[in-house]
Design a protein around this ligand. Structure first.
Ligand code: ARG
Ligand code: ZN
Length: 495
């Protein structure tokens, strides 16, 4: 797919293209095109308007690369069945999909015909679908024009058949993400908007949905996704199908379906009964395997500890996927984080804490990333202190010992920009912000407000202002100056 018809996708012009007024029939619905963006200024073409997804059923057949020689490319052949509800009367709507070819689309069982992208403002006859793939502009869209048109509030089933060669996609900063093809499978880590590299969807945290997976891989390979296994894998004719169910509301960037030569371990639970299922690559180097095993053995105790601080673990299951390949970071994929080459204790604490902060409560826009990374980093401090290591106060003083002339203090963590999402200060100044807040409101209010925050926005999304409001409500303090200083002032705060 080449760079085609980008002009027709200019955000301002697009909505009008599909608008169909009903002249002389004011009582009739007026069907319009759903927006091709979800409204996040950091990633204007991620997410889509006009509908709300309830459930994704992903049926994936994946052939990993041949062992040698390079290039590292796999083959994906897939069917996504998407249950959604239009939030407006829809003439057309978009799904996000990057680098894969769509071969068939049905909407409520009615097939649409493959078509070329129309020029701006042009009408297309009948039920149709088309793709725009522009790597330079980072615009990746699948547009579907259903016939009949869709009424707001109705139940709609969209089936998309798609597939193609899988490679090693990169995010806006150049980091590997999305469906990262590995020598023995795939490492699937999609923050912030990489899940469109492997299934068609509404790629924005505000549209959470439930998931089910059927992943077919060559016999001997293990496929691991979010949630639990509703039934054992099935093998026939040299292929094994793995089944996973993720019944908790989940943001698309937190979806995984990793494939590898994993050792699947499912024999343990936290004391509160959370089942833990790990998948550890059989090819880890021995030192990394020993470190990983020691860290994973602490997961039940970590769940116990974080439940005592943050409240009940929010999902049906937990566990870790440890890859022998590396993207240079770990990701808190929901119920089952993915690690690069080794799972260290502090990283395991970090990714577990994200299940509360980031996953159960997600950022409404990517600018609020500090609420994820600050909390997960602060949870590392709390876990270290609990284990008799450095105290949170000492870790805080460590951050505050960074000289005020350092560029560390230049990052505005409350709005770090799309290429600053994972900058060090988002993590460390984020954690220090939380510790400073704790010093400001006192321990009791600090932890009570954290729990209220998690209860109030559970299964949803929220903003930095929502966070401030909860802390003001619990403490009775005006925290405007505090948050202005810590989140929005590119200087070292004076304490
Ligand atoms: N959220 C992940 C973590 O804190 C980091 C993801 C980094 N992503 C990236 N594209 N650099 O563990
Ligand atoms: Zn993190």
């Amino acid at each position: 797919m080449g760079g085609i018809a980008v002009a027709s996708l200019a955000l301002a012009g697009f909505g009008a293209a599909g608008a169909v007024a009903a002249p002389g029939n004011p009582g009739q619905p007026k069907y319009t095109a759903g927006d091709e963006g979800g409204g996040d200024p950091y990633f204007p073409y991620s997410g889509n308007g006009g509908y709300d997804v309830l459930h994704y059923d992903l049926d994936l057949t994946y052939t990993p690369p041949a062992a040698s020689p390079a290039p590292i490319e796999g083959d994906l052949d897939a069917v996504a069945t998407i249950d959604l509800v239009p939030t407006q009367d829809l003439d057309r709507f978009n799904l996000d999909l990057r680098g894969l070819d769509v071969t068939a689309v049905t909407v409520n069982g009615k097939p649409a015909t493959s078509s070329a992208p129309p020029a701006a403002g042009d009408e297309v006859d009948g039920a149709a679908f088309w793709q725009v793939q522009d790597d330079t502009a980072r615009v990746w869209e699948l547009t579907i024009q259903p016939r009949p048109k869709l009424k707001a509030g109705s139940e709609v089933e969209v089936v998309v058949e798609y597939g193609g060669t899988t490679t090693r996609p990169r995010d806006i900063e150049g980091f590997l993400y999305g469906w990262v093809t590995t020598r023995d499978g795939a490492m699937v880590v999609s923050e912030p908007e990489g899940s469109m590299t492997w299934y068609p969807q509404n790629d924005q945290p505000t549209d959470k949905a439930t998931y089910s997976f059927e992943i077919t891989v060559p016999e001997g390979k293990v496929a691991v996704a979010n949630g639990t296994q509703p039934k054992p894998e099935e093998t026939a004719n040299g292929w094994t199908t793995w089944f996973w169910d993720a019944p908790d509301a989940q943001a698309s960037y937190l979806t995984t379906a990793s494939v590898g030569d994993y050792d699947l371990r499912d024999a343990y639970t936290s004391s509160s009964g959370v089942p833990i299922i790990d998948a550890v690559d059989a090819d880890l180097m021995s030192g990394n395997l020993a470190t990983t095993n020691a860290s994973l053995a602490l997961q039940p105790a970590m769940i116990d500890f974080f439940e005592s601080v943050f409240g009940d673990y929010p999902f049906v299951a937990y566990g870790s996927i440890v890859e022998d390949d590396s993207v240079g970071y770990a990701l808190e994929t929901q119920t089952r984080p993915v690690y690069s080459r080794v799972a260290r204790e502090s990283t395991v604490a970090h990714e577990l804490a994200h299940q509360w902060f980031g996953n159960a409560v997600s950022p409404e826009l990517w600018q609020y990333i500090w609420l994820n990374e600050g909390w997960a980093s602060y949870a590392e401090w709390l876990w270290a202190e609990e284990q008799g290591g450095e105290t949170a106060q000492d870790a805080f003083e460590g951050v505050m010992s960074i000289p005020d002339t350092s560029s560390f203090w230049d990052v505005v963590i409350g709005d770090p920009g799309p290429t600053g999402l994972f900058a060090g200060p988002v993590y460390d100044r984020g954690a220090a912000t939380l510790h400073a807040l704790r010093l400001e409101v006192g321990d009791d209010d600090f932890f009570a407000a954290a729990q209220l925050w998690l209860e109030r926005y559970d299964d949803g999304t929220a903003t930095s202002d929502d966070f401030q409001a909860v802390y003001e409500e619990v403490s009775g303090l005006d925290l405007d100056a505090f948050f202005e200083t810590w989140l929005y002032t590119p200087e070292k705060p004076v304490i």
